[in-house]
Design a protein around this ligand. Structure first.
Ligand code: SAM
Length: 190
């Protein structure tokens, strides 16, 4: 990743970082489960606290919850029927990620110092009102790509990749190694 990317050694302490929520609008139940699941997993692994999902998809939320029980942390997927309500009532900065927005590098200083951030991503189509209701529209490059890539890059730039301490209550954890796989059970109380 280009300049500004970070690894776990450079991730910011939890007390100094914004709390980040993700809102995914326009999820198509039955057509998007894999993509939206990847969005939730990337958001969770890169430090977001929760994902609002419009419309709700209880099966997807349950699958992510099962994974989170095993791998730790408090990330959850909350179904919402009315995305406008989430945007209007969010007590923080609402950042709609779109290729038409202002460049990420320009918005970053403001995003890094916010207390609460809502990163909004769409699917095939985004309701036009989103551009007006969001506090800002931010582009991760002026080319179309993917909601997963957009959220992952923004989280990396804002928070850095969290280490194991970000996933309390995990039942298992990976022992990082250059070759092979090692996964160990975590004893209760850690
Ligand atoms: N025309 C869309 C747009 O406004 O960015 C691209 C649709 S893309 C299939 C689905 C979602 O990915 C978008 O709603 C947006 O949230 C995100 N996305 C795609 N490219 C992006 C970019 N360059 N910058 C920020 N977000 C992007």
């Amino acid at each position: 990743m280009a300049t500004g990317s970070s690894d776990s050694k450079r991730s910011r302490p939890r007390s100094a970082r914004p709390r980040v929520s993700v809102l995914r609008v326009g999820h198509r139940i039955g057509r998007d489960p894999r993509l939206t699941t990847h969005l939730a997993l990337a958001a969770r692994a890169l430090g977001a606290d929760r994902m609002f999902l419009e419309p709700p998809d209880p099966e997807l939320a349950a699958r992510v919850a099962a994974l989170a029980r095993r791998w730790g942390g408090s990330f959850s997927v909350e179904g919402v029927d009315d995305w406008k309500r989430v945007v209007r009532e969010f007590a923080g900065e609402v950042v709609h990620l779109t290729m038409y927005g202002e460049p990420l590098d320009r918005a970053l200083p403001r995003l890094r110092t916010a207390r609460d951030l809502l990163l909004v991503v769409g699917g095939a189509k985004v309701p036009p009102e989103m551009y007006r209701l969001a506090d800002r529209n931010v582009a991760v490059g002026p080319q179309p790509h993917s909601e997963v890539a957009a959220v992952a890059i923004v989280l990396d730039r804002i928070l850095g990749v969290p280490g194991p301490a970000g996933f309390r209550g995990a039942r298992q954890r990976i022992v990082p190694r250059a070759r092979g796989k090692k996964v160990v059970a975590v004893r209760r109380g850690r």
